[in-house]
Ligand binder design. Structure first.
Ligand SMILES: [Zn+2]
Length: 296
């Protein structure tokens, strides 16, 4: 019989756990995630029409927590980070920006996200798209400054433009924190974001030994800036760690898989999981400007 592996306390800095694909079994997934060490998770916004769904998910899980005695199992604490995602730029309207501003006023948030620039597809690359993306990104950076909240960045094939825009703004990651989520840039870009004060979000992609550019960028950042430049995320239901994939059909990622991301990072960096978990917890708190004590 093999011993149960030791689980470490973790924070999932980026999930879409409010997604409808979790509607059937969200509570059992949440208790399983808690059982595997997950203590806090963030719900990340992308379209204004789902902000309310995020809040309902937060309520569903926190009311479950309040009844631990009856429910006999705990779930991670859930926090909101609403925002308008750049890849959905053609769906966003001015009214959605107002909606975000109101939502931020009405409900406690730990961050604004996910926001940024994305020129991955031909459609997103057009002048019209990029102009609108920059306008929405700027408006949301202003909201972050107004509310003194960190931003969670989504950047795909637009790292230089994103850095330029950040530099034009009064948003200072060294003061407000922030995460470059699911980091996908190269070594130099990784270093540039860390220099600005951002942490890099590491997903299950790190477990993919073919993701050479990513693995090199993360290793290089740690060599230059140390372990304090990283945080973990599942980005569930996407970014399933390699070990959890089944065949060629995409497998739904879940918050309980975060331990596999820790494992992958531990192997890449040759740092033991206990040391890494504690450091990553501290990094997450620093990126979100919160003071969550590391569970004993
Ligand atoms: Zn996301």
């Amino acid at each position: 019989m093999t011993d149960k592996p030791i689980d470490y306390a973790l924070i999932d800095t980026h999930t879409h756990f409010d997604d409808f694909v979790f509607d059937e079994d969200r509570l059992s997934l949440a208790t399983a995630a808690y059982g595997s060490g997950l203590r806090h998770l963030l719900l990340i916004g992308y379209l204004a029409k789902y902000f309310e769904r995020m809040r309902q998910t937060q309520q569903q899980l926190s009311s479950y927590s309040h009844n631990i005695q009856a429910n006999k199992a705990a779930v991670p604490k859930v926090y909101l980070a609403s925002g308008l995602h750049p890849a959905y730029i053609f769906e966003h309207t001015e009214a959605d920006l107002d909606c975000l501003a109101q939502f931020l006023q009405r409900h406690p948030h730990v961050a604004i996200g996910e926001i940024g620039l994305d020129t991955f597809s031909d459609e997103l690359k057009t002048d019209e798209s990029l102009k609108k993306q920059k306008r929405f990104f700027s408006a949301q950076l202003d909201l972050a400054v107004e509310h003194q909240l960190p931003v969670l960045l989504h950047i795909r094939k637009a790292h230089a433009e994103c850095l330029a825009l950040l530099k034009q703004h009064s948003y200072k990651a060294t003061e407000l924190g922030g995460i470059a989520h699911s980091f996908s840039g190269g070594e130099q870009e990784a270093k540039a974001f860390v220099k600005l004060g951002f942490k890099l979000g590491v997903t299950g992609q790190i477990t993919n030994t073919n993701a050479k550019k990513l693995r090199r960028a993360i290793t290089a950042v740690v060599e230059e800036f140390g372990l304090q430049s990283l945080v973990l995320e599942t980005d569930c239901p996407d970014m399933t760690p390699v070990c959890c994939q089944q065949g060629s059909t995409p497998t739904r990622n879940v918050p309980g898989n975060l331990g596999f991301v820790l494992q992958g990072l531990s192997e890449l960096l040759h740092v033991d999981k206990a040391t890494l978990a504690q450091q990553l917890w501290q990094n997450s708190c620093e990126a979100l400007k919160v003071d969550w004590p590391y569970p004993a």
